[in-house]
Design a binder for this molecule. Sequence first.
Ligand code: GDP
Length: 148
Amino acid sequence: MQQEKTLSIIKPDAVAKCVIGEINRRFEQEGLRIVAAKMTRLTKKQAEDFYGIHKDRPFFNALVSFMSSGPVMLQVLEGPNAVALNRQIMGATNPKEAAIGTIRADFAESIDHNAVHGSDSLDNAKQEISFFFTPEEVVTYVKNTELA
Ligand code: GDP
């Protein structure tokens, strides 16, 4: 299967719940490697630009305000079919519709506070990764199955 990279954001609600480790355990268990990571707090402008596609939606202001309300963990995940696999591990946007055992089913409170972001296409993944990371900040490694 094709190796892909995708952007993941552990959102302020999940950071504040102290479930970064549990979320990353799930990514790694499912075969996604963390190849870049940065903890930061988004400025309002960064959140507005990142979610620019939603600027005319009624939830835009609440989304920007939430995403800039506290620290987030920005990560690049790499692995086979990473874009779709990450979306599967995340679960549906609305946690009420998220499949059992997904991150959003287990950790999200509502559609507004839904724990994680993940790119929804390979093209968007490339754009979103370059929004937050320089090429030098993204590393390369393979899983050492002799150690694992
Ligand atoms: P995602 O890719 O699953 O995160 O969903 P989208 O890219 O479509 O939307 C970005 C974020 O905006 C979601 O994660 C939600 O937090 C929020 N959002 C999307 N649709 C709605 C909606 O209909 N109502 C509200 N309140 N928030 C929404």
